[in-house]
Ligand binder design. Structure first.
Ligand SMILES: Nc1ncnc2c1ncn2[C@@H]1O[C@H](COP(=O)(O)OP(=O)(O)OP(=O)(O)O)[C@@H](O)[C@H]1O
Ligand SMILES: CC(C)(CO)[C@@H](O)C(=O)[O-]
Ligand code: BAL
Length: 277
């Protein structure tokens, strides 16, 4: 039976009981509206630890004033049922008051891998993510925490933060789960109209075209221009399509260790994707 914890006190009690029984634990933080990408993180987490703790919290501090905090999909009972079926030991689902209280004054500012890419278009984003993830890690004190490569920059930002703050949790990345046509699963895919859903895989296709073009010996500029032209042909409005160093997200030194990352709008939906080069 999956235990539902709505307070940090109850989460800490759950963790104390696991530790007393000598059981290791892995955390899977989410914002809910769960899909098979999230469930793959749970399966990955279960392969690494004795018990999995999932979290569901739509974190207001990572949304900008004109973003989709209010319309972000929320489906608490369906999510709990899915996590129960997946054999999750406990689910932490706090409210905003529990995570931030009314006198909250602490935020984590990130540089390094947080610079550029998402930050150029969502300047508040990594401050909100780092702030909430540090709290989730410290509240749960799990041995391991698992994050998806779909949000590749977020994964590197969290690894950097945990290393810098010396939080004793091992951060593990998990591969992107895709639809058969290549579209990365994402809770925000629910915003797509039928017509947009048909065009949505072209973002991933553009990244593959860019990679093939690079491998055939073309310049980075030509390969990126091809990817931009491809998404524009399908009426995407790209925020960025960039090649970066896969380990640091700094400027690319060597094509052998490159990551290709993109974000683009399709109608009112912002999609992100990335692949190894
Ligand atoms: N397709 C996917 N494959 C692997 N991991 C994923 C996938 N989609 C989301 N995740 C991971 O699940 C965790 C929770 O993500 P989140 O709840 O924001 O879901 P999401 O589908 O990314 O939502 P959004 O559409 O808001 O970006 C993150 O670590 C994220 O990287
Ligand atoms: C890591 C996270 C749960 C923090 O709110 C969120 O950014 C997400 O779902 O990727
Ligand atoms: N999946 C990352 C969370 C966000 O975009 O707000």
């Amino acid at each position: 039976m999956t235990k539902v914890c709505r307070t940090i006190a109850s989460l800490r009690q759950t963790q104390s009981a696991l530790k007393a029984a000598g059981r290791s634990s892995a955390l899977v933080p989410t914002m809910g509206a769960l899909h098979d990408g999230h469930l793959a993180l749970v399966t990955h987490a279960a392969s690494l630890a004795d018990a999995v703790i999932a979290t569901i919290f739509v974190n207001p501090t990572q949304f900008g004033p004109n973003e989709d905090l209010d319309r972000y999909p929320r489906q608490e009972q369906a999510d709990l049922d899915a996590l129960q079926r997946a054999g999750v030991h406990a689910v932490f689902m706090p409210d905003v008051e529990e995570m931030y209280g009314s006198h909250d004054a602490t935020r984590i500012l990130m540089e390094g891998p947080a610079l550029g890419l998402e930050s150029d278009f969502r300047p508040h984003f990594f401050q909100g993510v780092a702030t909430v993830v540090s709290r989730l890690l410290l509240a749960s004190m799990c041995d391991i925490a698992v994050f998806g490569e779909k949000d590749y920059q977020q994964l590197l930002v969290i690894k950097r933060m945990v290393a810098d703050l010396k939080i004793p949790v091992a951060i593990q990345g998990s591969p992107t789960v895709r639809e058969a046509d290549g579209l990365a699963l994402s809770s925000r895919n629910a915003y797509l109209s039928e017509d947009e859903r048909e065009r949505a895989p072209e973002l991933n296709r553009a990244l593959q075209i860019c990679r093939e073009t690079l491998r055939s010996g073309a310049s980075e500029a030509d390969a990126l221009a091809k990817a931009v032209a491809h998404v524009k042909a399908f009426d995407f409005r790209p925020d960025y399509i960039e090649l970066r160093d896969a380990q640091t997200l700094g400027p690319l030194q060597d094509l052998g260790s490159a990551r290709l990352l993109a974000a683009a709008w399709l109608g009112k939906t912002r999609l992100i994707d990335n692949i190894a080069v």
